[in-house]
Design a protein around this ligand. Structure first.
Ligand code: FUB
Length: 600
């Protein structure tokens, strides 16, 4: 909790509170979480989303006072969903304090989260939580520590040959080879020689002759092994070493992120996602932030041609958004690019809700694609008080009000009701701000498009949440899929394609308007392969079939979702006998998924 109604009561001085408040309308997307302090980011790419595992610095900490870990996720790198705390110190009955820096990984259908904690005897140990879902809940996999040698900061990686490695340590650097069950290891913990050739030279500290301090992040990329680490406390910078083998010898490669910001520690996590490379770290950039009140941020970067990593500086801008956010499907209130004043808590209906809202608090969701416009805004609200208003604003917290919804008192903060109000002037893509007056909890929101059916979306079941309803296979086999989704709980899968034009299709003859400019958006992900995909309209006029490219072709892959989008005018002279929307590839017959499709 950084700013809250409780604090408003507790803090006698309004001046003091004002000093804590982030600037209204601030444009920065870093730090990526603003309603609590977060630290020690560990990203994991799974099923087209980035799951981010962090620690949680308590408000006003004067040490690393950390009692729980938190999970966040995003498909676009700017709007992050708060999944709450699925693991805390109580998960490990043998732990007493210090829920510090860990990392989670997927194997055997389960998620394993390795974390350091302090035991009752004052010594550090590494435990492992296990869950069936990336967002937990996690339980103690062993009922005892996995490793007990007074060290911290585990990092885990599964090599191409299936061998998993757990590196960890401060002040020394160790590794073990994990067995395939991920909760036991072979042999004994092995210490990596901390040579200056391997980890750089530190001066002035006879006990630590190299730069290695803590927070290792171990992975392999294009055949090269990387050991990214926090260097030379204090203040730390992020440096790295590389090796041609998973266990060294290591060669020091220099600084990635120089010492910057108000936190004297830093801690890195690197991933490739959706064709880009991302560097997560923490700093003290939030109001009230510092060495024990840290916040996680992210930068996009490009590896040099030889695999070396460029210098990356902390920014307030953050990573660019991947695609846009669809307002015509349910969006969680706790999916946030920024916020001011709100907090989150577990919702009785599942997931989280935002709450502890005071007059003027707001949330920002970035890059919301309204297309031809929304007719109404629907919100799931609760209030133990007399309710309040949700102002729907565009592009800033003081931006144009396009609608106002009034929430009633519902008799309880978890007694939910659904409210709807008209909105206008929402065409195009905007940052959406919900600004509150009164005392309201918000669980989720969704817009209804003008003209019904999806922002003017003429496709039936464009969000694919109703299975294959409305859709056909234009060659190949179409099925509804629940394991790889872009949004919601379902996508469409096309398999058995025998020609590049085979794909999911929909008959739109009855809904097509002659001379209209249509905007198309479709999210595509392959099951394997990296073909170019595009959306096409085949329409037959006076017996002749024409093919209109609705989107340019773009490379798609199996590692994440790619948004195809474009605008094209459909016009004809004569009699339109049929019109079919379909998604195809420019060549190849790879199986693929589509989700959140609109033609409007
Ligand atoms: O968050 C507590 C400790 O601070 C972590 O374990 C270290 O990596 C440093 O970030």
């Amino acid at each position: 909790m950084i700013i809250s109604r409780r604090l408003v009561v507790a803090f006698a001085s309004l001046l003091c509170l004002a000093a804590l408040l982030p600037a209204v309308g601030a444009r920065a997307d870093n730090p990526i979480v603003r309603h609590i302090y977060t630290a020690d980011p560990a990203p994991l790419v799974f099923n087209g989303r980035v799951y981010l595992y962090t620690g949680h610095d308590e408000d006003g900490s004067t040490f690393f006072t950390m009692r729980e870990w938190r999970v966040w996720s995003s498909a676009d790198m700017v709007n992050w969903t708060d999944h709450g705390s699925p693991m805390n110190l109580a998960t490990f009955s043998w732990a007493s304090s210090d829920a510090w820096a860990g990392q989670a990984i997927f194997r055997n259908g389960k998620f394993y989260w390795y974390v350091p904690v302090r035991m009752a005897n004052g010594s550090n140990a590494i435990g492992v939580g296990v869950a069936d879902s990336p967002t937990g809940p996690f339980r103690d996999a062993l009922g005892r520590p996995l490793i007990q040698n007074a060290e911290i900061d585990p990092t885990v990686y599964i090599d191409d040959d299936g061998q998993a490695y757990l590196y960890y340590g401060n002040p020394r650097l160790w590794f073990v080879r994990l067995n395939s069950d991920m909760i036991s290891f072979s042999g004994s913990p092995t210490q990596i020689p901390l040579t200056t050739a391997g980890f750089g030279t530190r001066t002035g500290d006879a006990n630590r002759p190299t730069l290695y301090e803590e927070g290792p992040w171990f992975y392999r990329r294009n055949g090269l092994y990387y050991m990214v680490f926090a260097a030379k406390c204090c203040s730390e910078f992020i440096a790295y070493s590389t090796s041609s083998s998973p266990t060294g010898p290591w060669t020091y490669r220099g600084t990635i992120m120089p010492t910057q910001g108000a936190s004297f520690t830093n801690h890195a996590g690197l991933i490739d996602f959706n064709g880009g490379s991302y560097f997560f770290y923490h700093n003290g950039a939030l109001p009230g932030g510092g060495g024990f009140t840290r916040s996680v941020a992210v930068e996009k970067f490009t590896y040099n041609g030889d695999g070396t990593i460029p210098t990356i500086n902390m920014s307030t801008g953050g990573a660019p958004q991947i695609g846009t956010l669809n307002p015509y499907v349910r969006q969680e209130a706790e999916t946030l690019a920024q916020s001011n004043g709100i907090e989150t808590e577990p919702a009785s209906e599942g997931g989280m809700n935002i709450g502890w809202i005071d007059n003027g608090d707001w949330t920002k969701t970035k890059g919301v694609a309204f297309g031809t416009g929304a007719a109404s805004f629907t919100a799931r609200v609760a209030s133990a008080g007399s309710g309040g208003n949700i102002e729907v604003r565009l592009d800033s917290a003081t931006g144009t009000v396009v609608g106002t919804c009034t929430a009633p008192g519902t008799g309880g903060w978890q007694t939910w009701t659904t409210i709807t109000c008209p909105v206008n002037n929402t065409t195009g893509t905007h940052d959406l701000y919900l600004r509150f007056t009164g005392g309201i909890n918000l669980n989720w929101w969704q817009f209804t498009p003008t003209g019904g059916g999806g922002g003017g979306n003429i496709l039936t079941n464009g969000n694919t949440e109703s299975g294959t309803t409305g859709w056909s296979a234009f060659g190949g086999t179409l099925s509804s899929n629940t394991s790889v989704v872009h949004d919601g709980t379902r996508s469409l899968a096309i398999t058995g394609r025998t020609a590049s034009w085979n794909g999911p299709s929909q008959n739109v003859t009855a809904n097509l308007t002659n001379g209209k400019s249509y905007t198309t958006s479709v999210w595509v992900r392959t099951q394997s392969g990296t073909p170019s995909a595009k959306a096409t309209l085949a329409y037959t006029v006076n017996g002749t079939t024409n093919y209109l490219a609705l989107t340019p072709a773009a490379a798609v892959n199996s590692g994440g979702w790619t948004q195809l989008s474009g605008t094209a005018t459909v016009s004809w002279t004569g009699t339109l006998s049929s019109a079919t929307f379909y998604v195809e590839t420019t060549s190849g017959t790879d199986s693929f998924y589509i989700d959140d499709v609109s033609l409007q």
